[in-house]
Ligand binder design. Structure first.
Ligand SMILES: Cc1ncc(COP(=O)(O)O)c(C=O)c1O
Length: 355
C-alpha cells in the first residue's frame, strides 16, 4: 500500500514467477524450460554478432525475425508481431482489445495465473468458466459466453489440449468475438490453430521461444493473427516500447526458428521423455493428467503437492505446487532429461516408500 500508488495498483496482486535457483547443482523442473540446450546454429549466430549492431538501436520491426517466423508458420509477415516474450504480447493484447470491451473476457477457471493480473491492471475483470470434472476446458460453456475468450492450448497447469475442431467452432460461433489462444506450449504434440488464421480474422495466437525453442533466457514471443489484429498490437507496442526485442535476441531467435532439424529432434525427445516420466510416476501410484506440453500435472493419493515439493527441494529437486484449494493435491513437473527424471523418480520412491 502506498499513497503514491493508483487505486488499481493498491488492489493488484502481481504475478509471482517460479523460482530461478541460484545454485547450479539443483535439478530444475519447476518453470517448464526446455530440457535440452538450444540450437547450436542459433548460439553460434549470437556469438558472431557484429558489435555495430549492439552500438545501434535494433530494428524496431524485427524484420528478419518476423520473416523467419512467418516462413515457419506458413503465414504472411503482416500476420506476425514479435515482442519481449509472449507475456508481453499478451499484455499488449489485453491493452489493445480487452481494456474497454463491454464484455469481460472468459478464461478457464484453472489456467495461467497471469491472466487475472492483466485483467486487473489493464482490463475490466474476467469471467471464469468452471473446469469439467476431468479438469479439461468446458468448451460448450466457453462458447456460450457472449464476450471474448482467452485460453492456453495446451492449458497450463493441466497440460491438456483441446481439439482443432473445438477451436474452429468457437471462432465460427461469432465472428465478432475475439478468440485469443495462448500457444506457449506449442511444439510438444498439440495441434496448432495457426492455419485457421487465414480463415478467421477474430483469432489471435500467442507463442513463445521460451519452451518450444529452449530460449527462455532470450525473452522472445510472437503473435499470429489477421492484419488488423497485428496492427492493433503494433499500435500498443509503439505506444509503450518501440524496441522490445534487442539485436542479439532478434539474431538468435531468427536462426533458431529456421533450424527445423533441431526443432523436430528436440520436440521428439521431449515427447519421448514425457512418456517415460508419466509411466514412472504412474508406477509410483500417481494419477497423471494426459499431457501435450513439456510438463505433467500429477497427484498422489497420500501427499499434497506442497508436501512433495518441500521434500524434493530438500533433495535438490525443484518442482511446482500451489496452496490454492483446487490445485493443492497437484504437483507440476517439467519434463527433464532422462537422467534428471531417473533421479527424480528415485527420490520420489524414497519419499513415498522410504526405499
Ligand atoms: C500458459 C503460458 N503462457 C505464457 C507464458 C509466458 O511465456 P514467455 O516466456 O514467452 O513470456 C507462460 C510461461 O510459463 C505460460 O505458462
Amino acid at each position: 500500500m502506498s499513497r503514491f500508488w493508483s487505486s488499481t495498483l493498491n488492489r493488484l496482486s502481481p504475478y509471482v514467477p517460479g523460482e530461478q535457483a541460484q545454485r547450479s547443482d539443483v535439478i530444475k523442473l519447476n518453470t517448464n524450460e526446455h530440457a535440452l540446450p538450444p540450437s547450436s546454429e542459433a548460439l553460434e549466430a549470437g556469438k558472431a554478432i557484429d558489435p555495430e549492431r549492439l552500438r545501434k538501436y535494433p530494428d524496431p520491426h524485427s524484420k528478419a525475425l518476423t520473416k523467419a517466423i512467418a516462413d515457419f508458420c506458413k503465414l504472411a509477415e503482416d500476420n506476425v508481431l514479435v515482442a519481449n516474450g509472449s507475456d508481453e504480447i499478451l499484455a499488449f493484447a489485453w491493452t489493445a482489445f480487452l481494456s474497454d470491451s463491454e464484455q469481460q473476457p472468459a478464461i478457464p477457471a484453472m489456467t495461467y495465473t497471469f491472466y487475472p493480473v492483466w485483467a486487473q491492471l489493464l482490463g475490466n475483470g474476467l469471467h471464469r468458466v468452471p473446469m469439467r470434472e476431468n479438469l479439461s476446458i468446458d468448451f460448450e460453456a466457453m462458447s456460450s459466453w457472449s464476450g471474448p475468450v482467452v485460453f492456453p492450448n495446451p492449458n497450463a497447469p493441466t497440460a491438456m489440449a483441446v481439439s482443432l475442431s473445438d477451436i474452429e467452432s468457437i471462432c465460427a460461433s461469432d465472428p465478432d468475438r475475439l478468440v485469443i489462444i495462448d500457444e506457449a506450449y506449442y511444439g510438444f504434440g498439440a495441434k496448432t490453430a495457426a492455419p485457421l488464421i487465414r480463415q478467421f480474422d477474430n483469432l489471435l495466437i500467442t507463442r513463445s521461444f521460451s519452451k518450444s525453442h529452449a530460449l527462455a533466457g532470450l525473452r522472445v514471443g510472437y503473435a499470429l493473427g489477421s492484419r488488423d489484429l497485428i496492427e492493433g498490437l503494433r499500435r500498443v507496442k509503439d505506444s509503450f516500447n518501440s524496441y522490445p526485442v534487442d539485436a542479439h535476441a532478434q539474431t538468435v531467435a531468427a536462426v533458431a526458428i529456421s533450424d527445423s532439424d533441431w526443432f523436430e529432434q528436440a520436440s521428439a525427445t521431449i515427447i519421448e521423455n514425457r512418456a517415460e516420466l508419466k509411466a514412472g510416476l504412474e508406477g509410483l501410484g500417481f494419477d497423471v493428467l494426459p499431457s501435450e506440453a513439456n510438463f505433467l500435472l500429477a497427484k498422489h493419493p497420500q501427499h499434497t503437492g506442497v508436501t512433495l515439493t518441500e521434500k524434493l527441494r530438500e533433495a535438490g529437486i525443484l518442482v511446482r505446487s500451489w496452496s490454492s484449494e483446487d490445485l493443492l493435491p497437484w504437483v507440476r513437473i517439467t519434463v527433464g532429461t532422462k537422467n534428471q527424471q531417473q533421479t527424480l523418480l528415485a527420490e520420489l520412491k524414497s519419499i513415498l516408500f522410504g526405499a
